[in-house]
Design a protein. Sequence first.
Length: 59
Amino acid sequence: MSIAPRSDHPPIYGQLVRELGDVVGDIQKLAEKTDAQAREALNFSALHHALTEREDTDD
């Protein structure tokens, strides 16, 4: 029994990419962009730093 070499994508994938575009790749890029935007939106470190400085100057 022989084992066929493993490919990253099934043979039909290349044809679908040519016909429809790389939807999987596009969605992955969009997900990465959305993740970066969410991390930036939820990053309160600058606010925390400003409040800490403000508390230090109030003393």
